[in-house]
Design a protein around this ligand. Structure first.
Ligand code: NAP
Length: 259
């Protein structure tokens, strides 16, 4: 399917691995010029080369921490007028909320809420002016089904969802949409960390926990970054201009609610 976005420019945050990489790969296959951000230059360069070799599109890299003002400035210097913004960063740590002081909360808020809001603030008026924009925030199923040991994620990401619900309605008239993608269990390094944390909190073995999670998922498997990236690319397509303010679960049906 031609997504109708060939030649557009995308800023894809936290994209040398995992979900961000899956999104970048699918956008590049749709002919989108990509700027990838991640902190580790070697992985970033390898991912950029892989995407360039496969698709032939222009891929730029910014080795920076996107949760810092300097990182965001560097990213926007390389990609000053993105048509597509994929907000993403590493997830906050797990644990017991009794151990989290104000600084820990501020760092989770910076990564999961304030950084995406700041990048939206810095790019959305340009999108509105050009009459096309797609923002996708990678968040988590934890905003709909909280996980006790992921309290930082539950809380900080919910704040972002609240903000997005408002701004999405104010921009769609200009063909600028803002949506959230909520991964459940997609096979990445972060998933391995989450499984290990869950196992540790429960005093269980990580392999047993993984097997239990696999068995409990209605799909009987974890999702892939390829599936996740394809959903992201569709939300960024020309055809998704009437979809905004939505939170799409990508979890194999694990969330048990009707709505
Ligand atoms: P991942 O496989 O560990 O990949 C994380 C990517 O983000 C890497 O490229 C990493 O590169 C980059 N990154 C991390 N922190 C960054 C920062 N501050 N600035 C710039 N780049 C940064 O993780 P993932 O599974 O794709 O997860 C992405 C997000 O989705 C996380 O917030 C995670 O909590 C959330 N999530 C994932 C799942 C899942 O099933 N996988 C479920 C729920 C929520 P560097 O380390 O080199 O910077």
């Amino acid at each position: 399917m031609d997504l109708g976005i060939s030649g557009r420019k995308a800023l894809v945050c936290a994209a040398s691995k995992g979900l961000g990489k899956g999104c970048a790969q699918h956008l590049a296959r749709a002919g989108v010029e990509i700027t990838l951000v991640a902190r580790t230059a070697a992985t970033l360069d390898a991912t950029a080369a892989e995407i360039r070799d496969e698709t032939g599109v222009d891929v730029r890299v910014v080795a920076a921490d996107i949760t810092t003002p300097e990182g965001r400035t560097a990213a926007l210097k390389v990609c000053p007028e993105p048509d597509i913004l994929i907000n993403n960063a590493g997830g906050p740590s797990s644990g017991d909320f009794r151990d989290w002081d104000r600084d820990i909360w501020l760092s989770a808020l910076d990564a999961c809420m304030l950084t995406p809001i700041e990048l939206i603030r810095l790019t959305i008026d340009g999108m509105i002016g050009r009459g096309f924009g797609r923002v996708v925030n990678i968040t988590s199923t934890s905003v709909k089904a909280p996980v006790s040991y992921l309290g930082l994620s539950n809380g900080a990401r919910s704040g972002l969802h609240g903000f997005v619900a408002g701004v999405a309605r104010s921009a769609v008239r200009h063909n600028v949409t803002v949506n959230n993608l909520l991964p459940g269990t997609i096979e990445t390094e972060r998933l391995a960390y989450t499984i290990a944390s869950s196992a540790q909190m429960a005093g269980r073995d990580a392999e047993d926990t993984r097997a239990q999670w696999l068995a409990a998922n209605p799909a009987g498997r974890f999702g892939t970054t390829d599936e996740f990236g394809a959903a992201c690319a569709f939300l960024c397509s020309r055809y998704a201009g009437y979809i905004t303010g939505q939170s799409l679960l990508i979890d194999g049906g694990a969330y048990p609610g009707t709505f």
